[in-house]
Design a protein around this ligand. Sequence first.
Ligand SMILES: NC(=O)c1ccc[n+]([C@@H]2O[C@H](COP(=O)([O-])OP(=O)(O)OC[C@H]3O[C@@H](n4cnc5c(N)ncnc54)[C@H](O)[C@@H]3O)[C@@H](O)[C@H]2O)c1
Length: 447
Amino acid sequence: MPTFPDDLISLSVFGLGYVGCVSAACLASRGYRVIGVDANPAKSEFLRQGTSPILEERIGQLTAESVASGLLTVSDDPEQAVLDTDITLVCVGTPSEPGGGLSTRYLERATEDIARALAVKAGWHVVVFRSTMVPGTCEDVLIPTLERGSGKRAGSDFGVCLNPEFLREGSSVRDFLDPPKTVVGESDPRSGEMVMQLYDGLPGPRFRLPIAAAEMTKYVDNSFHAMKVAFANEIGAICRSLGLDSHTVMEVFLADTKLNISTAYLRPGFAFGGSCLPKDLRALTYTARHHDLDVPLLANVLPSNEAHLRRALDVVTSSVRRRVGIFGLSFKPDTDDLRESPLVELAERLVGKGYQLKIYDANVYMSRLTGANRAYISERLPHLGELLTDDADEVVEHAEVCVVGTREPAVVSAIDRCTDDHLVIDLVRLPGAERRRDDNSYVGIGW
Ligand SMILES: NC(=O)c1ccc[n+]([C@@H]2O[C@H](COP(=O)([O-])OP(=O)(O)OC[C@H]3O[C@@H](n4cnc5c(N)ncnc54)[C@H](O)[C@@H]3O)[C@@H](O)[C@H]2O)c1
């Protein structure tokens, strides 16, 4: 039996499926001592023999080498595995329940085993959840299970981290060693630091976050990836029905790294609008329907936008205050274009419900005077035209509720002058707004 230095960090890995096997073999290949544990004896036996229970590029060789070197071993005693190691990675399955919810039964069972070991363990131990779980699961279900079972406190007597895995089956060893990013949610900085160190030398950006935010990152990624596939396939189906080569069309789309394959449009804010996006989505989904094509993703983008607008309306109406100030009216800053602006829609619905409005938008106010947008305002929105002012402070004075739809500097300073008596609904997350997240008189709808 080989001997290892006493200060060598050692890990136990619970669950030897795709994530667990790859984590165990890759960490052992990086020089850590790893003990694998699985509820299925057949999987444990495979690994004990130096054979990977999963089929993946390079995993067979890595597993055989790690087992032969003595760095990767297997235990049938979960509690002893925790007692013999510094860090436990939990990689058990989290399948769907029949209703779509996430089953935490395997997580809870593994966590109970770990808690029993923590109850009698003297040294510092970090429990790291790698399984995918909906935000809140760790803090609401797993940490209480660990604390109840061990009689100890997370963050002070032992550490808990959430370290989602971003590997793709088929290229998982490559992805583990060349990750797109490393994310660690932590109960305390010491534990976060210990877990981050496991990945020292690996490329990609690193993030240390609150535990629930780390849980969410995995869902953001997977839902976006699924949406990308569905989007490409719906576009492909429309192209095909129009006799177009979808791959030629998508090459052009993909070549645009300013607006398409970029960070553009991905920060939560208010609904979209303007003279192009709503009109073009309507025309494209109409064309699909005309060709008997079902494109539910594209067809539901405008309803999603409407739902977002309604969220803003609901915050105003549930505030039971009648005097409302709106900052920004055009569909985006630095323009006076009001066509299909969601802020116009919001203002019109509030006027329709009898709210007393004042609206600040310097660009729109000017165009009303100079004629650029005059006809549109006087013909389509005569009632809103009368509510416009170019004095942001006048709106603050009028309003009990301030709805912020622009990050214009004059608006930032006007909102700074709001008192605790104002309810501020910040649709655009003004600079510094994150500091007021817990303030009941300052709310967002997408942040
Ligand atoms: N497969 C992927 O590509 C991938 C990628 C990223 C994240 N994830 C997430 O990682 C988690 C694991 O996924 P997977 O594909 O590796 O699952 P898997 O089903 O392949 O493996 C899970 C293993 O956990 C074992 N297990 C169950 N209960 C146990 C317990 N109490 N103690 C010890 N072992 C136990 C099972 O026997 C099984 O071998 C899931 O939450 C999944 O959503 C998966």
